[in-house]
Design a binder for this molecule. Structure first.
Ligand code: ZN
Length: 318
């Protein structure tokens, strides 16, 4: 299938009415469903902006975007559509570019980006790795250090995938390892157990872990995927800090996992954003980092700064 160009997409969704219709179709592919009672019929209520529906059974009123990623946003639908299209393109788009392309402020573009990313991430959390699973460790951030301590900008991750019989990745997940699971510099056994418990459905499946294997015997496919993700983070976004790193990793995996699907990517984006709930600015800001910066990391950072070596090392490590 030839994928649609951005220009073509913009022409197709130039008017709010067309966007409304498409969003309603993405949200209710089999026709309206009352979110309260599940009834299939509603009276449309005309409003100035987005359509409102009143359930014929329970009289509950719901707007087109209530309960979706777009809830509470004043940005016109056509701009949301464009943002969703651009975010779902392999490689995504930086906040600065998005704000320029849509003629919106940086802050609005940043929040929209995070909301779309949150939808990708939530969708991923609903799916587990199955069948033959391979898991390999990786590290995002700086190459550091002969000592036992993790550098503050070094983030251990586990890269896991369901594999086909001929060793191709069917579905990929890259997950940050939580602070309590970090054993010195490796991703840690505790982290592996948690990864399997959270992200894999291993009944009748086989799980191969590379955690205790030497570098040369680890999965090249998964190590490459990890490196591709880290290069993308550094190239497109100039590096990502620990707080939102997981969301960006999920975004990368969303692209990887879309390659094998036939659905037009913009349709998939609309489906995700109509199906998933929004995250608010307050929730985003309040979310704690998976790996808190401890006193020891602070000490290392201060030491580096006073030695004037900050930034002298490569940002991406395997
Ligand atoms: Zn109802």
């Amino acid at each position: 299938m030839k994928s649609e160009t951005f220009e073509g997409f913009c022409r197709r969704f130039e008017h709010e009415e067309v966007c409304m219709e498409a969003f309603a179709k993405a949200r209710w592919p089999n026709g309206f469903r009352c979110p309260r009672c599940g009834h299939g019929h509603a009276y449309p209520i005309q409003t100035r902006r987005l359509p409102l529906y009143e359930c014929r059974n329970c009289s509950h009123q719901t707007s087109l975007v209530a309960g979706t990623v777009l809830e509470g946003s004043r940005v016109p639908l056509r701009k949301w559509f464009r943002a969703i299209f651009l975010y779902f393109q392999p490689g995504g788009i930086s906040t600065v570019r998005l704000s320029r392309m849509l003629g919106i402020t940086y802050k609005t573009a940043w929040l929209m980006g995070h909301k779309i990313r949150h939808a990708m991430s939530t969708k991923d959390s609903l799916r587990k790795l199955t069948g033959l699973i391979r898991i390999t460790p990786g590290r995002y951030g700086r190459v550091y250090n002969p000592t036992a301590f993790r550098h503050p900008q070094e983030h251990p991750v586990l890269i896991g995938a369901s594999l086909t019989a001929n060793g191709q990745a069917k579905y990929v997940k890259i997950k940050q390892v939580m602070s309590e699971d970090i054993l010195i510099r490796s991703a840690g056994y505790g982290g592996l157990m948690k990864f399997i418990k959270t992200h894999a459905k291993n009944e009748a499946g086989e799980i191969i872990s590379d955690l205790n294997r030497p570098l040369g015997e680890r999965s090249k496919l998964l190590s490459h995927l990890g490196k591709a993700a880290f290069n993308w983070l550094n190239g497109t976004f100039r590096g990502i800090g620990p707080k939102h790193l997981q969301l960006y990793l999920d975004q990368f995996c969303c692209y990887e996992n879309s390659r094998t699907r036939r659905q037009e990517i913009s349709n998939q984006g609309l489906a995700y954003c109509s199906e998933m709930k929004r995250i608010t600015l307050r929730q985003l800001v309040a979310r704690p980092a998976l790996i808190p910066v401890t006193a020891e990391y602070d000490r290392v950072m201060r030491l580096e700064r006073s030695n004037g070596r900050s930034g002298s090392r490569g940002r991406s490590a395997s």
